[in-house]
Ligand binder design. Structure first.
Ligand code: GRF
Length: 289
């Protein structure tokens, strides 16, 4: 139960206890304050009185939990929590906050960001962060040009556990609901995957399960496909699990290899497929959540 809450709210164990404490203290305080106002208004606990009391508690409660959350250091969580609650009451669907991770040229990230910008308010997705491990990647410029916050993660000499904690801190800071890998070359630590179950997807430039795994990225994949004289190649969009290029497949798109095909020419064809399908699949998967 507590682990489920932790996953749902995307918080660590300490934060979870502080949040529960805030709920308890805030709830008690709002009950006490409502009683005080109730008495000052000279109301009695008859049917109308009880209704008035419920209305009073409901009105006072958000202010009490917000006040207490300042003391427990959970104001950020409660601001988001109350705004989500408010949107639900008004029947508004809040956009899913997506982070794109990229290490290279960022053409997929660019494609996704620009397509979503062309259809604002229709997809219920907000690209809320671009994260990279490579300070020289073009994707940082893409983020800047589209007024999207970006973060650079430095992973050198960090254990998997430290790396997971670092990713999670950034994800929580930006309140990220879903992660899209677009040419991200670092292995995603298990600690991050466990906090985002079925909420991280990747695109691989070949038809998995063939031509996947460590070392199979970029031109290496296409060279291997050409060397094996395959008739087809393509793209695989899949959930990320703890094994490289292994999670459940969401979509595959194929292209043919022609006579004289080279790794270089195949990479262009496959990239064309990526640009054609990744945004569509991202929108589909995110909206199913
Ligand atoms: C793509 O081929 C993608 O499939 C792979 O890395 C490449 C990234 O290209 N995972 P870009 O950085 O989006 O241009």
């Amino acid at each position: 139960m507590l682990t489920k809450l932790q996953l749902k709210w995307k918080v660590n164990e300490t934060q979870l206890w502080l949040i529960l404490l805030t709920f308890a203290v805030g709830g008690t305080l709002s009950g006490k304050l409502a009683k005080l106002v109730f008495g000052l208004m000279g109301l009695h606990f008859n049917f109308i009185g009880i209704m008035m009391y419920i209305v009073l508690v409901t009105l006072i409660w958000p202010f009490c939990v917000l006040g207490v959350s300042v003391l427990t250091g959970q104001i950020g969580f409660f601001r988001r929590y109350l705004s989500t609650l408010w949107s639900k009451i008004l029947g508004k669907k809040k956009p899913v906050r997506v982070a794109i991770f990229a290490s290279g040229g960022g053409s997929n990230a660019k494609q996704i960001i620009e397509t979503l910008h062309s259809y604002p308010n229709t997809m219920h997705i907000q690209i809320a962060l671009v994260l990279t491990n490579n300070p020289n990647t073009g994707v940082l410029l893409v983020a800047q040009n589209n007024q999207i916050p970006s973060a650079i993660i430095y992973l050198k000499s960090k254990t998997e556990c430290q790396a997971a904690a670092e990713y999670l801190a950034i994800m929580h800071q930006h309140n990220i609901d879903f992660i899209v890998l677009a040419g991200y070359l670092k292995k995603i630590p298990a600690g991050l995957i466990q906090q985002y179950p079925q909420k991280i997807i990747n695109i691989h430039p070949a038809l998995l399960p063939a031509y996947g795994g460590a070392g199979m990225y970029g031109i290496h994949v296409h060279n291997a496909v050409v060397a094996a004289a395959e008739k087809h190649s393509g793209i695989t969009i899949h959930y990320v699990d703890e094994v490289y290029d292994h999670g459940k497949i969401i979509f595959q798109g194929t292209c043919e290899l022609e006579v004289g095909e080279t790794g270089e020419s195949l990479s262009k064809k496959v990239l064309g497929l990526e640009h054609r399908y990744y945004t569509r699949e991202v929108v589909g998967v995110v909206n199913k959540k």
